[in-house]
Design a protein around this ligand. Structure first.
Ligand code: ATR
Length: 275
């Protein structure tokens, strides 16, 4: 049997083992997925230990996504640009680090909403780690019009510069973004604003949203954030944050097994773990 794992601190709350193991059983693939709680001072030892024990790969969660960049043998472009690793694959004796968050987000968006990103005006709110993953995915998939909007404009500028070689990217301070948001087709919130327990907060005034918008929120606790509730009232289409969780895992599955992920089974297992 091939062994996979999640490493992080903590990991007990994670729904990944249940989701992956249910899907491995369903497809009868010979894999098992474990969760390992690793203390910071033992991280390097743990990563070497997994290699010694012949693990096929592992997922990385908080707080090790950035540190893991220094502990793998090779970096995929996704991890290099995003600056963080969530999936590691064992290939020919080497650990290769990937980041499937951005691609997972994009696949989730496309599954949920018919959208021609090439002709879509996108405003992305936020310029942190999650924004880097989403921005990278958008730019590598041919988006033509991306504006990064952030409370701290300097960080939006930095991210726009970083992505500039991959696509046309503008930036703006959040406070000045009403006009550009009005003209956008797709608004993506990558900030944590609206996350439990601050569920009444929205990253932008709901008044800025209209019926022509698609509004997407990465926050998944709660699923229907104040932003998405407001957007729905305005007649906009919405896209919830749970899809990213599912599809980043599906892409990891495909990297490890070279087979298509059984999305419906994984989705159901995730929903059951949430209930
Ligand atoms: P993550 O890795 O989850 O993206 P991060 O790297 O700390 O977290 O980035 C958090 C993002 O949320 C940033 O874009 C931050 O804006 P600043 O760069 O101005 O700090 C944004 N953010 C957090 N709280 C915010 C708030 N109350 N209003 C607006 N933006 C906020």
């Amino acid at each position: 049997v091939n062994v996979l794992a999640l490493i992080g601190c903590p990991v007990a709350h994670s729904k990944s083992p249940r989701m992956f193991n249910t899907a491995f059983q369903d497809t009868q693939l010979p894999y098992v997925y474990l969760a390992h709680h690793v203390e910071p001072h033992q991280l390097e030892m743990a990563v070497n230990g997994l290699k010694t024990l012949g693990y096929e790969g592992f997922n990385v969660t908080i707080p090790y996504k950035e540190t893991m960049m220094n502990l793998v043998d090779e970096l995929d472009e996704s991890a290099q640009v995003i600056g963080a690793i969530n999936t590691v694959v064992h290939r020919e004796g080497k650990w290769i680090g990937y980041n499937t968050d951005g691609a997972g987000y994009l696949r989730s968006l496309r599954e949920s909403i018919a959208i021609d990103l090439n002709h879509c005006k996108v405003v992305m709110i936020g310029a942190g780690g999650a924004a880097r993953a989403v921005g990278y995915a958008l730019c590598t998939h041919g988006i033509q019009h991306l504006t990064i909007v952030n409370r701290t404009v300097k960080k939006a500028n930095e991210l726009a510069n970083q992505l500039a070689s991959r696509g046309q990217t503008n930036f703006l301070a959040l406070a000045d973004a009403e006009e550009v948001i009005a003209q956008a087709d797709l608004i993506i919130n990558t900030t944590s604003v609206g996350m439990h327990p601050h569920t009444k907060q929205s990253p932008i005034p709901i008044d800025w949203i209209g019926a022509h918008h698609i509004v997407s929120d990465l926050v998944y606790n709660p699923l229907h954030t104040a932003l998405l509730q407001g957007a729905e009232k305005k007649g906009a289409k919405i896209h919830t944050g749970d899809g990213m969780l599912l599809y980043q895992a599906a892409i990891a599955w495909e990297l490890w097994t070279s087979r298509p992920a059984p999305i419906p089974v994984m989705k159901k297992a995730l929903e059951q773990a949430n209930s």
